[in-house]
Design a protein around this ligand. Sequence first.
Ligand SMILES: [Zn+2]
Length: 327
Amino acid sequence: MVNSSMRSLAILSLIASASVAGAEVFHIAELNTRQILELDRDRTIVIIPGGILEEHGPYLPSMSDGYVNLDESNRLAGDLSDRGWTTVMFPLIPLGSGGANEVGGQQVFPGTYAIRPDTLRAIFMDLATELGEQRFRYIFVLHGHGSPAHNLALDQAGQYFRDEYGGEMHNLAGYLTDSFSAPELLTEDELAENGFSVHAGVMETSHLIHLRPDLVGPDVGQAEPVTGQGIADLMELAAEADWPGYFGSPRLATADIGHAIAEKRYRANLELALRVLDGDDLSDTPRWSVIAYQREETQAVISGSRAEHSRRAGRQNAWIRRTGSEL
Ligand SMILES: [Zn+2]
């Protein structure tokens, strides 16, 4: 007994002393100043998961995107540390921009607690500044969410870090221009029923059934399809007062489809991360923010959101001026 407990003590102290030397996954929230100072900046990757709080209809949790991002972040941290990198995970930042409810011009919706794109950019530029000043060189942001402005804000924060601090900071999901569906697992009829969906349809519901079945409404099998054929249809459907908050057909979702999507998305993320670490220049890699801003059909949604954001900022700034609350 003495021997075995002494042995476990020895193993424990070995683990403790190796805790910042080897390729491990750390959580910044748990590290003290000594441990942070010891991190070899050239061999350390900071991973920041994000997750917008956004309505996903009556069957999915509001942080659906965050659960996906967190899963991808954890997998990425594990895979990169297996390759000899030390990885440091940030806590999930539950702030993102542009709820899908904006597609129909419904700027307020239960479950959506979004921040303006310039607020999002300021937060990630501030984090880039803190990390850059502390000489960290590699930052991966995993904050997948479809809003063009959300992605543009995160892309710009990454560019700021690269320009000002000479390191690498990338919004990985911003390069994922594929919507990562698994149409091969659906029949023709099922694909037709799901139609064109960008939010909380069969694919995203499947992804959540795969990751967090405990958080998917048990009656999802009775979900009425909300079927559109393109973005113009979605804008009309989502403008209806009784729009349930999703597009497509969540009732068709399965864990198998979710598993297939999770694998495809994760592989794409890992590939991008490895390219950055190999020194590849991603500046010519297509980005969703660039593509989306060029699409004529998304212009109406983008300008509607922009008007609402300046209305909100105007109201806040007027209050600050009126009450002398400048910081
Ligand atoms: Zn989502």
